[in-house]
Design a protein around this ligand. Structure first.
Ligand code: UN1
Length: 484
């Protein structure tokens, strides 16, 4: 559905596109404005709430998510086409965000005493900014939806949630759970609908105090331009955008391990994670053997209905996405690239499934833009070309994830030091960052930071206040500070 203002559109199952799962009504501009006013009016009260109470609310939400895991997994599978394994990981990640940000917010609840000269006391404290607009993607309709919302909420900001149109049902379900867990209605309002309509309605409004966005770099730029046109203030945009993620495999790598990690990184989640591997650099001495192993391993992937436990690769999100991916494959084939696609099992809806595909490129520059699906591009490089490889990867301007497979510690160090990537994975798969262990997010065209699931994520959701007192003059007024 195109989600024109006030219209209703059906939500369909990506693997059974004749199956209608539900209906979504697009938020009207008038309702969006009303929601923002409600959030604005409630903001002072929410910011003044005891931070421990807000943190405990997140823990209750985590419990609710845990208790509703089967329903949430079902929605991830039916609405987003996730495999059972991915759906399970998604619920776990959402719970992790709740508990992690709860702990983080509590650690920022007390002001931080700072050094000063004799007779001077200083302290730094953190406060909510006001209504935040949270714009989340369909590829993590639960984890990133919750991650953004929880971070903004626990930092003391009422949230307006704009879920991806493709995954509005799970957003509705989770919003109800949060309200049941005790989130005040005015602190969390769901605004389903089309991005351009809601963006135009909300981004210029003075009541809006921040935006957190996950999606394409192009959309993030549109949001930033809109924010630049605001009448008389500057508000933060926290953006996590796409990638052009590479993996460098040298001749010392263990082939079986490379195959396992490449398969997961390139074809897991049908390649629909921004962290996925797109461009595999193989040292030419081992390329022939590894490509043969990879192709053989690809044929063992189970492609099909994500509802089946055995399925490794499910559908892509929409027929339009499948069409764009297929024409990308055809374009490269016409340019003379060798293309290897797994045969789709009979009976699958060809309009929604894209076969895992390996494409050998003569030059990495043939790959233009982010290809968001189960398509792996392979380039060979000579042992003496490592610097050029690193340069080419950095030159994409993206800097999200990078994989390295090598048994030589010095090589791993050398690449890690020079690569401009937010998350570097050595001798392992390069997707599936774990909250609290692998803070996630890129640089350059891949995002603004701070990293989601990391110790600094909450800072930009808050305003900082530094209070400084001269206690030599007035004497005794140190009690003005909370922790003299
Ligand atoms: C995304 O695809 O938008 O590391 C983010 C991962 C996930 C994040 C992916 N935690 O694969």
């Amino acid at each position: 559905g195109s989600g024109a203002e006030g219209s209703t559109h059906p939500v369909r199952n990506p693997s059974q596109s004749d199956e209608q799962l539900g209906q979504v009504s697009a938020t009207t501009v008038a309702d969006a404005h009303r929601a923002l006013r409600i959030a604005h009016d409630f903001a002072p009260q929410w910011a003044a709430e005891n931070p421990t109470n807000r943190a405990n609310l997140l823990r209750r939400i985590a419990d609710e998510l845990q208790a509703n895991k089967p329903a949430l997994m079902t929605l991830c599978i039916c609405e987003a086409g996730k495999t059972v394994r991915d759906a399970e990981a998604e619920v776990r990640e959402a719970i992790d965000y709740c508990r992690y940000y709860a702990g983080l917010a509590e650690s920022l609840a007390d002001p931080l005493p700072l050094p000063g000269s004799v007779g001077e006391l200083n302290e730094l404290s953190w406060h909510g900014r006001g209504p935040f607009l949270c714009i989340s993607p369909w590829n993590f309709p639960l984890a990133i939806f919750c991650g953004q919302a929880m971070a903004a909420l626990v930092s003391g900001n009422p949230v307006l949630l704009k879920p991806a149109e493709q995954t509005s049902l799970i957003a509705g379900f989770v919003t109800r759970l949060c309200h049941q867990a005790g989130v005040p209605a005015a602190a969390m309002q769901l605004l389903p609908g089309a991005g351009p309509t809601l963006g135009a309605a909300l981004l210029p409004r003075p009541e809006l105090k921040g935006v957190v966005f996950t999606g394409s770099c192009a959309t993030a730029q549109v949001i930033q331009r809109n924010l630049a046109d605001r009448e008389d203030d500057i508000i933060p945009l926290i953006a996590e955008t796409g990638g052009q993620n590479a993996m460098i495999v040298d001749s010392t790598a263990l082939p079986e391990q490379v195959v396992r990690d490449v398969l997961i990184s390139a074809f897991g989640s049908a390649g629909q994670r921004c962290s996925c591997l797109r461009l595999l650099y193989l040292q030419e001495d081992i390329a022939e053997e590894l490509i043969a192993l990879l192709k053989a391993a690809m044929t063992t992937l189970e492609i099909g209905d994500p509802w089946h436990l055995a399925t490794d690769v499910g559908p892509v999100i929409s027929p339009q996405a499948a069409q764009a991916l297929t024409s990308h494959i055809e374009t490269l084939r016409e340019q003379g690239s060798t293309v290897f696609s797994v045969t789709l099992p009979p009976g699958l809806n060809q309009r929604q499934f894209v076969p895992p595909t390996l494409i050998e490129l003569a030059d990495s520059k043939q790959l233009k833009g982010e290809v968001f699906g189960p398509i792996l591009h392979v380039v060979r490089y000579g042992a003496d070309q490592l610097d050029e490889v690193i340069e080419a990867i950095n030159a994409t301007g993206f800097g999200l994830t990078l994989g390295i497979h090598s048994r030589i510690e010095a090589v791993c160090r050398y690449i890690s030091a020079r690569a401009q990537a937010g998350n570097i994975y050595i001798n392992r798969a390069m997707t599936g960052a774990v909250v609290g262990s692998q803070p996630f997010g890129g640089q350059g065209r891949s995002g603004t930071g701070f990293k989601a699931g990391g110790p600094h994520y909450l800072y930009r959701f808050m305003s900082e206040k530094c209070i400084s007192i001269d206690i030599t003059a007035a004497g005794g007024n140190a009690s003005l500070l909370s922790k003299p």
